[in-house]
Every structure is written in C-alpha cells, then in structure tokens.
Design a protein around this ligand. Structure first.
Ligand code: KG4
Ligand code: ZN
Length: 356
C-alpha cells in the first residue's frame, strides 16, 4: 500500500488530497475562492495566489485529519506544476517543496491537464488500465482553460487530435454568463438558467462543424472555436436589448448551452468513430454539465465505453493529482529544482499507462 499526498493550486481552488494506490480517495479537501473572484467576473491571478497562501495549511490539516494520516505515512507528494496561473501555481509548488524537504518525501511534479483525464479513474478498479479492450481511449477534456481531444494508446503514447483555436468551452460559458448578468462562474449558472429555457429558441452558430453552409478546413476537423458563439451572443443581446425578460434570458442560456454541448459531443463522437476508440472519457470542469453528460451517453457508439468523471473529480481537485502522481512515483528523479509552467506543452505520453 502506498499513499500519495496531492496538492492543487493552479487556478481558484486550493485542494489537498490523500489517495491510496492511485485510486482510493481517503480525503479530498477543496477550498474554493469563487466568491473572492466573483466581484471581478473572473479569476485574478495575484488574488488567487494570496488566497492559496492563506488556505493551504488549514486545507492540508483537514485532509490529514479526514484521512487519519500523518506526513510520515506518505510515499511522495504530487503537486500540480502546470499548466495554470503562474502566481497561483508557484504558491502550491513551493508549499509542496517545503513539505517534501522537511519530511524527506519525493516531490512528484504533475500535469494538471493529464490529471483531469485521470479524474475518471478515481475510486475505480485500476485493472481496466491493463486491459487491451480499453484502448484506444479518446479523452474530451473540457474546462475553463482547455477544450481538447486526446487519443491515448495502450502503450501510453498520446496525441492531441483537437484543441480550441480561441476560447475554451468553460471560458465561453463564463463569458456568456457575464454578458447575461448571471454571475460567476458561468457554467453552473448557465446550466441552472438554461433548465428553465428552450434550447431550440435561438440558433447559435456551431463553428468548425461544417454547418451554416461553411465547410470545415480539414486541419480543423477536430478543433473547436467558441469565440464566434460568444460574439453571436453579444449581437443577439444587443438586438433584443428592449426585451430582456426572464424567459428570454432562460431561452438564450438554453440555446447557448445547446450550441456548446452540440459541438463538443458531435466532435468527440466523430473522432471516437474515426479512431475506433474503445473508451471515451469526459472530464474537466465543464464535464459537470448535465446536458453534456446526457448527450454523450446518448451519442456514444455501442461498442465504446463511456467514462465520465464523477462531478467532484471534474472541477479542480487534488485527488486527481495524487492519483496520477502515484503512477509517476517509480519513474521520476526526485528534485526540488522543479519549475512551474503556464501553458500546456505538447502531450506525447500519459504516465498512467505504461504498456500492457
Ligand atoms: O476544471 P476546472 O475546475 O478548472 C480549470 O481547469 O479550468 O473548470 C472550470 C470551468 C469553469 O469555466 C466553469 O464555468 C465550468 O468549468 N463548469 C461548468 C459547470 N461546472 C463548472 N460548465 C458547465 N456546466 C457546469 N455545471
Ligand atoms: Zn482544471
């Protein structure tokens, strides 16, 4: 049995988790700063960093208390070192370095984007990772920072076959909510408002899907673009500025959400078919969205298994970081000189699959 302590601070959640053998979550404490950033309508990096500094120690204590562990029990410390907001990342990374040095524990730098994918394996039997019938995996990672399709083979080789050429899906939902004066973060409040509206009331564009008489350039077959939908929303609101009733807002939110869900699900399923994926993974904060979860279930091809991360492992959390880090423990060279990085590098491997 091996316990990993996970630490996450890439954006606006401070989280510490204790995970056993890569999957059994003993504690996963998340302190959200959402209310602190809501007044600004988005995450302010410097403010996020200061809030992480205040929250980390109590969140660590709570995670240890809940799991009944002490720092002496761990095999290593997994920490998000990117991608994310640099000031926020540095606070968590340096905190982890301090803990690592003081307790003589290996530090395991962990990629937040890959950790989101790993979130769908938490609390699960990991033998599925060793079965050839699981591969290839097509992962749809949709969050505030990413909208990507990653293809993963049984030897751990990975390739990004699609990404957003402008805004991420979560970012588009957050901006839409701001425009409709619904508050922050946008995803949950758009979903709630949309539940009272008609998703067919208005027809928002579906960029790069070959609809509206516009062919998709082959290089964008599996890419996303959400800034056009956002601009269409802006014009839509301006055009109807004298009739912004509650029903109109609900119908607008429902139609906007429908456009995002339609594009994401359609591209993911088309890619799964083309690459004969045996598993589709849906993960990242936007994967909390119930209509998206329902649509993926509806469209998932019969011969493909759909794995959707539990909502608590969709939004930012340290359990996914600790779970992923467990797989890297044997392979890393522990070093305190690890740096943080803001942007997603080219992904060519995922460390949780080492070959069958
Ligand atoms: O994964 P995450 O917590 O942070 C990043 O890594 O970005 O994702 C946050 C994003 C936000 O844009 C938020 O609006 C979106 O996830 N989100 C949702 C829902 N819950 C959170 N989007 C749609 N529907 C939801 N229920
Ligand atoms: Zn995230």
């Amino acid at each position: 049995m091996s316990l990993i302590l996970g630490i996450e601070s890439s954006c606006d959640e401070t989280s510490v988790a204790v995970v056993e053998d890569g999957s059994r979550v003993l504690s996963n404490v998340v302190a959200t700063q959402i209310q602190r950033h809501a007044v600004f309508g988005g995450v302010v990096p410097e403010l996020a960093a200061r809030e992480h500094l205040i929250a980390l120690m109590p969140v660590l204590e709570a995670a240890l208390r809940e799991s009944g562990t002490t720092l002496q029990d761990f095999s290593g410390i997994g920490v998000t070192n990117g991608p994310g907001l640099m000031p926020a990342l540095l606070v968590g990374l340096n905190f982890a370095k301090g803990l690592s040095a003081a307790n003589n524990l290996p530090l395991i730098p962990t990629n937040h984007f890959i950790a989101h994918i790993y979130g769908s394996f938490l609390d699960e039997d990991l033998t599925i990772l060793k079965e050839s019938s699981t591969y290839p995996i097509l992962a749809l990672v949709v969050s505030g920072g990413h909208s990507s399709l990653l293809l993963i083979n049984d030897d751990g080789e990975a390739r990004q076959i699609g990404f957003t050429i402008d805004d991420a899906a979560g970012e588009a939902l957050d901006k839409a909510a701001k425009l409709l004066n619904l508050g922050y973060p946008g995803g949950p409040v758009i979903q709630k408002t949309a539940s009272r509206g008609n998703p067919k009331a208005f027809n928002f564009p579906r960029p790069l899907t070959g609809t509206a008489g516009k062919a998709t350039p082959p290089e964008h077959k599996y890419n996303f673009s959400f800034s056009g939908i956002k601009t269409a929303l802006l014009y839509h609101v301006k055009k109807h500025q004298n009739e912004l009733s509650e029903d109109f807002i609900s119908d607008t939110a429902a139609s906007f959400q429908e456009a995002v869900v339609d594009v994401l699900s359609r591209k993911a399923v088309a890619a799964a078919r083309e690459f004969s994926a045996r598993t589709i993974i849906l993960c990242g904060g936007v994967a909390c969205n119930q209509p998206l979860r329902d649509r993926m279930k509806l469209l998932c091809p019969h011969q493909t298994t759909l794995r959707i991360a539990q909502p608590k492992y969709c939004t930012d959390n340290a359990a996914m970081v600790a779970g992923l880090a467990w797989h890297s423990l044997q392979k890393i060279e522990p070093a305190l000189g690890v740096d943080a990085f803001a942007r997603l590098p080219v992904i060519t491997r995922v460390p949780f699959i080492s070959g069958l």
